[in-house]
Design a protein around this ligand. Structure first.
Ligand SMILES: Nc1ncnc2c1ncn2[C@@H]1O[C@H](COP(=O)(O)OP(=O)(O)O)[C@@H](O)[C@H]1O
Ligand SMILES: [Mg+2]
Length: 381
């Protein structure tokens, strides 16, 4: 469920990125074309401006020529008697020609200026398109960075959060299961035994009237029963919180626990430890204890082993715990299969994995049918 949602999120993200990538390349085409056109028009505008300037210069020089020509004409008119008819005609013709040239050049100049004005409007509009496209591309690049980088990280963080929540739920379930187990133990043990005590006490009270000797014997039995009951109760309390962990340390506590298991069961357990340790946190100590306890429970329950080994190594920055047996072993792929089919994995193995992962540790099981089982834990500190 969790993974399908993550996959969906990833798919949506990838599709979004793809379509933005496509839009980005289209935007880039628009930008490139606009930029090319802009450069071309800008050059055209510069050429036009040059032409206008030279046309203006021409107009100016025609105007000067015309003024001069008009002056000459005036002079010729004044000195009418000194000039020949041909001279006068030449000056008239020249003035005429200059006036025509000037009119043509002025018209050309006006045309050029009109063209320049049009072109200036187009260049301005194109510049706006180029700037806008450039801005858009920049913005899209930022969005892309967010989507491909930060959002991806975010989506993984969401995955993390979901996984943590799942872990939280499993821890709650584990606590619930633990309470159920303790309730069952108290019910089967101390509660049962207290009811027995009442019956036995009532029997003793009756005997006190009739047979004092027998009553005394029964009271002795009762005392023994109470002693056993207290021991059983202590066992349960010890199991809930092995107090000696903090007082004695993890190694002596484990040794004590192991010798108790060997007394009660038909199995040899070899314990060894190496390396120095000090200042282990309570959580780590308790985790090591619980991991050993669960692994040993499994050995007793499932393996039919005659021998088990527990090795605790205190390394530079981590603790390694190895619990192995010479029992029947089992097919680990079954656990994986259960996991893939969405079933809960075995409760004990699940809780071992969770306890280890909570402390950023590593957990490996090696087992094959008929070849025994090894549980390996590495916990950093
Ligand atoms: N030391 C072992 N030897 C053989 N089989 C084991 C051992 N430890 C675990 N298993 C197998 O793995 C399964 C899952 O173990 P676990 O998660 O502790 O659940 P449970 O003990 O409640 O069955 C067990 O049912 C058993 O088949
Ligand atoms: Mg188990």
């Amino acid at each position: 469920m969790k993974n399908t949602n993550m996959d969906k999120l990833d798919k949506i993200l990838n599709r979004t990125i793809e379509s933005i990538e496509k839009s980005k390349s289209e935007m880039y085409d628009i930008y490139e074309n606009a930029q090319k056109e802009y450069k071309r028009l800008k050059k055209e505008l510069n050429d036009l401006k040059k032409k206008i300037r030279s046309s203006m210069r021409l107009v100016e020089s025609y105007e000067k020529q015309l003024a001069k020509s008009k002056f000459d004409l005036m002079q010729t008119n004044k000195n009418f008697d000194k000039s020949t008819e041909k001279d006068m005609k030449d000056i008239y013709d020249m003035t005429d020609q200059i006036m025509i040239d000037l009119a043509v050049e002025r018209e050309r100049e006006r045309n050029l200026i009109n063209q320049r004005n049009d072109l200036e409007v187009r260049v301005k509009a194109l510049k706006e398109i180029v700037d806008k496209a450039n801005n858009l591309i920049n913005n899209v690049s930022v969005a892309m960075k967010l989507l491909t980088g930060d959002l991806k990280v975010l989506s993984h963080q969401i995955g993390d959060i979901k996984e943590k929540r799942n872990l939280g739920v499993k821890i709650l379930l584990a606590q619930e299961e633990e309470r159920r187990r303790v309730a069952r133990e108290i019910h089967d043990g101390p509660a049962q035994f207290m009811s027995n005590l009442i019956l036995k006490t009532e029997y003793c009270i009756k005997l006190l009237d009739s047979d004092l000797d027998k009553a005394k014997k029964e009271l002795d039995k009762l005392k023994e029963l109470i002693r056993n009951g207290i021991q059983e109760l202590r066992g349960i309390i010890y199991d809930l919180r092995p107090m000696s962990i903090d007082d004695l340390g993890i190694v002596p506590t484990l040794k004590r626990y192991i010798s108790k298991i060997m007394e009660e069961n038909n199995i040899i357990i070899k314990f060894s430890s190496c390396g120095n340790y000090s200042d282990l946190s309570s959580v780590i100590k308790l985790t090591i204890y619980r991991l050993t306890q669960e692994a040993l429970n499994n050995i007793l329950k499932h393996s039919n082993a005659t021998e088990a080994k527990i090795k605790l190594s205190f390394l530079q920055d981590s603790i390694e715990l190895l619990v192995s047996d010479n029992g029947e072993g089992f097919d680990i792929s079954n656990l994986e299969k259960q996991k893939h089919e969405g079933e809960e994995c075995g409760f004990g193995i699940c809780s071992m994995r969770e306890r280890t992962e909570l402390l950023d540790g590593k957990f490996v099981i090696q087992s094959e049918p008929k070849k025994g089982t090894r549980f390996y834990f590495k916990i950093p500190y």
